[in-house]
Design a protein around this ligand. Structure first.
Ligand SMILES: C[S@@+](CC[C@H](N)C(=O)[O-])C[C@H]1O[C@@H](n2cnc3c(N)ncnc32)[C@H](O)[C@@H]1O
Length: 217
């Protein structure tokens, strides 16, 4: 449990009263993750802590609505990943990578630029008894990839340029997103729509709970 300890220390260095707790995903109960405690101190941060959170985004302490939807989609439709080499881009807590592994992928590579997200992903893989390959550098990943899976990385509009790069790398790409309005990036097309929420619940507005899955193939 050394990794849980180092993640907890990192979290409490930013939000002292917060902690990690094992959480079963309400919309995807086959998966449990180490996430921010559900009674986390929302609104209780002083200005210095707010600045700390801005400087060190803790994406990995949440399972984002899009991640929960894509994880559930893969578990309900395992043919998308079964026996395939799958790459989860922007893995955060690792939720979608864990789902792909549980759904029978031959190999799952979980990639994130944030070292804490990579540590969280390893910890959550072990919590769910699956094996993942964890990577920091997308360009350094060798060999063919059958499917790229992506959940909630388009909050940063700079990441829109990746849509084209994903297609050069894999024959199929699945993007789950609720941040981009009027998503219009052919050949990506909507194949699924589902209401969900971020865990623990950030009480986000209805538009951010309205998750779409887009496919390019
Ligand atoms: C909002 S979180 C989503 C995490 C997870 N996919 C989910 O749905 O719960 C976005 C994640 O993407 C990662 N990320 C953002 N831009 C990235 C990039 N250019 N390369 C790799 N990871 C990136 C962030 O570090 C963060 O962990």
């Amino acid at each position: 449990m050394i990794e849980a300890h180092s993640l907890q220390q990192h979290l409490q260095g930013i939000i002292p009263s917060a902690r990690l707790e094992q959480t079963c995903l309400p919309d995807c109960p086959a998966i449990k993750l180490w996430l921010l405690n559900s009674d986390y101190p929302q609104g209780n941060l002083d200005p210095e802590q707010v600045q700390q959170v801005m400087d060190n985004p803790l994406y990995w302490v949440f399972c984002w609505a899009s991640g929960q939807v894509l994880a559930d989609f893969l578990l309900s439709n395992p043919h998308w990943v079964a026996q395939k080499r799958v790459l989860d881009f922007g893995c955060g807590s690792g939720v979608v990578a864990v789902a792909a592994a549980l759904a029978g992928a031959a190999e799952v590579i979980a990639c994130d630029i944030d070292p804490m997200a990579r540590t969280a992903t390893k910890l959550n893989a072990s919590l769910n008894d699956v094996t993942l390959t964890v990577a920091s550098d997308y360009d350094a990943i060798e060999g063919p990839v059958d499917l790229i899976i992506v959940a909630d990385v388009l909050y940063d509009r700079a990441n829109l340029s990746w849509l084209q790069r994903f297609r050069q790398r894999a024959q199929r790409v699945l993007i789950a997103d609720s941040r981009v309005k009027d998503f219009d990036f052919p050949p990506y097309r909507q194949i699924e729509r589902c209401d969900s929420f971020t865990v623990p619940d950030l009480d986000e507005s209805a538009e951010f709970r309205d998750v779409r899955i887009y496919l390019a193939d």
